[in-house]
Design a binder for this molecule. Structure first.
Ligand code: ADE
Length: 486
């Protein structure tokens, strides 16, 4: 990930960002930060970058020319997401941090004085972002705040993968209280449960504490959390059908756009996947009007939604899929022992051997740290992964190793990893994919219902969802979904 900061005070930003975790990530080339001095680009012979505002008013304004030339020197014709840090923008939060962490390159434009000439903002800025409802003297501190929050979500910046997942704001809860040595300080003892060694009890206690703290300190967040929990409970009445929505919510990915009775619309802004379940066509039609324009993937378990979605998003049914989920308590046995997380070193292998998804997507999955490979005598011979919306998939085994149990081991390994992360593993299998179906069955699954999928073919004709893929899952009543035995 590359950060560029357009500023009049480059030394301020560089000093602030080259220590501790962010400094180490820069040293290891996981991220790069370069501060570009806007003043270096002024054509004014006295080095001036600001002037009075037309129409009068207090203070000076940064002029368009130096800002534009500095920006152009970075972008060199490429499209780079450019964030203008301003109190007039949308408020920065953990969700936006996660979204921005998926970009390869970001530009932060820091204003000073009274701001920047509107014309250059119109030509360069993609996002207007504030760090809160107060006014600072310049954009440098907000840019530093955002870069810090984004960087720590970039894969490999934090060593402990789990720490970004369990902390405050993940899943709409603040973090639980934590304690270190000594066991007693100022007469206060560390809660007994944390010394018990009982992992289950500790997890339970931490969740209770996180809820209590959120309720006290952030009632607004707590309300969202409770709404989500209640919806998950309702959806769990038809778990095999709704597992994708339940998991999206419980993993803190999906956002509820609508929920009333059996009508639910959940959107995952990161993966741009929209999940919908409705009682009838009328509700379906109504909920489709709430779907954000940048949607890339659509899932529903109602067959009557197919033509509604297809006509609105100009797509056609493509696949029939089974939804599978694993709800047993025990981990699966993994026979093949050499399975490891993949890194960019394996990118070309993965891209070459998995062509159902774009090369860019495969790279992003590796960077997200969710691709695992099977090695035989040090050679990569197959892999498995997690899709952007959280389902298991991306399974591939080299021809010569098929039928050797490597595919089964990869899938079992991934299922176990998801369980360790506290997820219910789930996935989708295209009906025609006999090999995958056999594999699911050999892992102890059975068919329960059929779901079908479609994809957008006319993307050029539909500007608002350009590049989108639409997948529709249709459940045919009384038929079977491929499910793990419960
Ligand atoms: N510039 C000045 N104040 C700011 C704020 N609150 N957020 C982002 N940029 C700013």
């Amino acid at each position: 990930m590359k950060f560029h900061i357009l500023t009049l005070f480059p030394e301020m930003v560089m000093q602030g960002l080259n220590t501790s975790i962010i400094g180490r990530a820069v040293e290891k080339n996981i991220i790069s930060i370069d501060a570009v001095n806007i003043r270096d680009y002024t054509t004014d012979k006295h080095g001036k970058v600001d002037d009075y505002t037309y129409g009068g008013g207090a203070g000076m304004l940064m002029q368009a020319q130096p800002v534009f030339d500095a920006w152009k020197a970075i972008t060199e014709g490429k499209k780079v997401r450019t964030i203008y840090v301003t109190p007039q923008g949308q408020t920065f939060n953990q969700k936006l941090a996660a979204e921005l962490a998926r970009e390869e390159e970001l530009i932060f434009l820091c204003g000073h004085y009274e701001g920047i000439d509107e014309r250059v903002l119109e030509e360069t800025v993609t996002d207007y972002v504030s760090i809160g409802d107060y006014v600072l003297t310049g954009g440098e501190l907000p840019a530093m705040v955002m870069i810090d929050a984004i960087s720590r979500l970039v894969p490999e910046v934090l060593h402990n993968e789990v720490s970004a997942e369990t902390e405050s704001f993940h899943n709409d809860l603040l973090e639980y209280p934590q304690y270190s040595r000594p066991e007693e300080w100022h007469g206060k003892r560390v809660p007994e449960v944390l010394l018990s060694g009982n992992h289950g009890k500790i997890v339970e206690w931490r969740l209770e504490q996180a809820k209590k703290r959120t309720k006290e300190r952030r009632p607004d967040l707590y309300k969202k959390y409770i709404q989500k929990e209640q919806l998950i409970k309702r959806l769990s009445k038809d778990k095999r059908n709704n597992i994708h929505i339940m998991e999206s919510l419980s993993r803190g990915k999906g956002e509820i756009l609508y929920e009333k009775g059996k009508n639910v619309l959940v959107y995952d802004r990161d993966s741009k996947v929209c999940m919908i379940t409705v009682e009838n066509r009328e509700m379906g039609e109504q909920l489709l009007t709430l779907v954000p324009n940048d949607v890339q993937l659509f899932t529903t378990s109602q067959g009557f939604m197919n033509d509604l979605i297809c006509s609105r998003f100009q797509c056609q049914v493509l696949h029939e899929c089974f939804q599978i989920c694993y709800t047993q308590r025990e981990p699966l046995s993994v026979k093949h022992k050499d399975i490891r997380q993949l890194t960019l070193e394996h990118l070309s292998y993965v891209q070459e051997h998995y062509q159902n998804e774009s090369a860019e997507y495969m790279k992003e999955r590796i960077l997200a740290g969710v691709m695992y490979g099977a090695f035989v005598e040090g050679q990569l011979v197959g892999f498995v992964g997690e899709h952007a919306e959280g389902s298991l998939g991306l399974l591939y085994v080299e021809e010569a190793y098929r039928g050797t149990g490597i595919g089964k081991s990869l899938e079992a390994y991934m299922i176990n990893r998801h369980r360790e992360w506290g997820y219910i593993p789930y996935g989708h299998v295209i009906v025609e994919n006999e090999i995958s179906r056999e594999l699911q069955e050999s892992l102890g699954l059975y068919l329960q219902k059929i779901i079908s999928g479609g994809w957008n073919e006319n993307i050029e004709n539909n500007a608002c969802i350009a590049g989108a893929t639409v997948v529709i899952f249709e459940c045919c009543e009384n038929e079977m979904v491929l499910c793990y035995r419960v």
